[in-house]
Write a protein that binds this ligand. Sequence first.
Ligand code: BG6
Length: 484
Amino acid sequence: KAPACTLVIFGAAGDLTKRLLMPALYNLASDGLLPDGLKILGIDHNDRTTEQWRDDLSQTMQSFTQDRTSEFHPDSIDPDHWGFIRERLNFTKGDFEAADTYQRLGHAISGSVIFYLAVSARFFGPVVDHLGTAGLLKEDEGAFRRVVIEKPFGTDLASAQALNARILKQADESQVFRIDHFLGKETVQSIMALRFANGMLEPIWNAHHIDHVQITAAETIGVEERGAFYEPTGALRDMVPNHLFQLLSMVAMEPPGSFDAEDIRNEKARVEEAVRPVAPDHAVRGQYAAGEEQGRSVLGYREEDNVSQLSCTETYVALKLSVENPRWSGVPFYLRTGKRMAGRLTEIAVHFKPPSHGLFAGTDLAPNIMRLHIDPEQGLSTQWNAKRPGPEMHLGAVTSSFRFGDFFAETPSVGYETLFYDCMVGDPTLFQRADAIEAGWAAVDPLIQAWADAPVEAYAAGSDGPAGADALLARDGRAWLPLK
Ligand code: BG6
């Protein structure tokens, strides 16, 4: 069980709290990992009573049982496990930018506290300033004070540096837990085991044997009701320096000296710092136009709510990155992410070089590709060449694969459980340190500048993305793996 503490949620009435934080707490309660001494204090601007907040959340939790599309869709809500959370919920109305909110908060809390900022990014700085000024981040003997910060962390390198500096004026780095929910995904955590617990992989995981790496995060959904957030953000800021860089750092980092959080985070930061700033001619931006998704017509991005009809915001981005260190020099990392694509697919595909011995040269040799499936499948598959049965030596491409669920009991997860638990026990391994965040922004900063007024290439909703993205790889004699 995690140690007793108070969880203060700023943004208690928000979407994140309902959709992910409560389900994650419920799953942790079901696993018996939450302490009896847990208290949950919700803060938001709107008027409501504790009883109303509890009822609201209870209703939302029930509604998930009918919603097969949500990340959390249990057959039923266990009354004991939800009851454990429900009875610990208390609500207080408060303006995030008013000093008096923090004075009241100060009287309501004692001992160990996690302040969870499930709020719009513009409040990150002000909330942490107020917490610091009110003395709420001071750690007494034997008690902790931690701040969990959601993304987006800044909008470019300069703003991320300024936000880090502002936060670190009030809190020590050890108190700051910057969340990237991709690190909560089980398959992402398993990359370290795959790479460093298997003697057959580590010796070939380098530029001598690997031709290139493709990292994909493709979604079929559009911008949904988040137009107002997405318009000034775009796919690059929303997904690349954070989520895709997390995948890149897991797959490319050097083996850490130990499981110590700082050893791991040092290696991740080091590899992110080795990513060269992306040149604009190594990048493609696209925006979905009207098209079809699963047989039904869908709107183009410019027709979505809260989106300008002239918008040049990208909903797709493809990049070619180089990681300049001895392990990866000369191995391109191609990254792509987009909304309204032909398939939902988050994966890392490692393409190996052909064998150096030319016995089969000139035949139709399929590349060896190891695909780490992150979403929606969770597992791994590898493409090999095998001899087709028969009297002659003809090759055929075959795959071997596994899903985690074939071997291990899967525990229900919305991706925030481990992150919550780790924050309660004080393990920062899966949280981003200031230097890694800044390294991610530093790599994409030239694009942010170059794209300020750049046009955007249209692609049909439900397609594989803009033609320019295919051309980016074709120039190197390579092609993206299909999304379906
Ligand atoms: C979020 C982005 O951080 O990640 C969204 O803001 C995106 O735009 C989401 O849809 C993708 O996460 P997942 O876990 O659904 O792949």
